[in-house]
Design a protein around this ligand. Sequence first.
Ligand code: PRT
Ligand code: ZN
Length: 210
Amino acid sequence: MLRLAIQKSGRLSDDSLNLIRECGISFVNSSLKLKTESTNFPLEILFLRDDDIPGYVADGVADIGIVGENVLVEEGKQELVVERLGFSKCRLSLAVPKGTDYTSLQDLQGKSIATSYPNLLQAYLQEQGVEAHIHTISGSVEIAPSIGLADAICDIVSSGSTLISNGLREVERIFKSEAVLISNSNLSEEKKEILAKLMFRVHAVQRAQK
Ligand code: PRT
Ligand code: ZN
């Protein structure tokens, strides 16, 4: 039996479950249960916080998982990717208060930036030769400039409406993300065979959607 970890409730959950169902894999899903078994495929599904999924898959607690690339790369586990899934697309961007003068990244030299993605941000700033103070906060990043916590933010954007409603302007797109399927690197032969069967179905679903 192969163990799949998906997000319990959030922006990845519905599309992750839909993909499994479109693969013809049936299961009973109760919102109270954190674990379920398929009735027609050797798959067990674990429902977790998205942030915990890369670690569980790397450690082998789960065999495979579905997670946003932003979380995966932030945790330094990009080598686990098996397949890009094309949903939950978004980007990690830098934004400044809309009245702020901004012409290039150099304008953030010595400034403070609030983010939940310190590693991705640090790597980008370093590559661009800019030094800034990174304030790591776990949520509500968009309010940081208006409460005086930071000069700029670096956060996930999809439509851009959250930035606009918080008086912010997107100035740099630093990372493009989508949902990815990840796998532990030491699967048993038996589990590799189940994963190959699953991937065969995933590819058929992807072809049908084109
Ligand atoms: O509870 P748990 O830890 O599992 O969930 P979470 O709250 O950490 O994550 P969740 O469900 O918000 O997001 C899961 C994944 O969905 C992210 O890691 C991204 O890969 C992807 N994703 C896609 C997004 C968005 N779109 C998105 N818009 N994640 C977050 N947002 C947030 C963003 O942080 C910002 O606050 O939505 C706001 C911006 O949206 P727009 O449309 O106004 O630009
Ligand atoms: Zn999370």
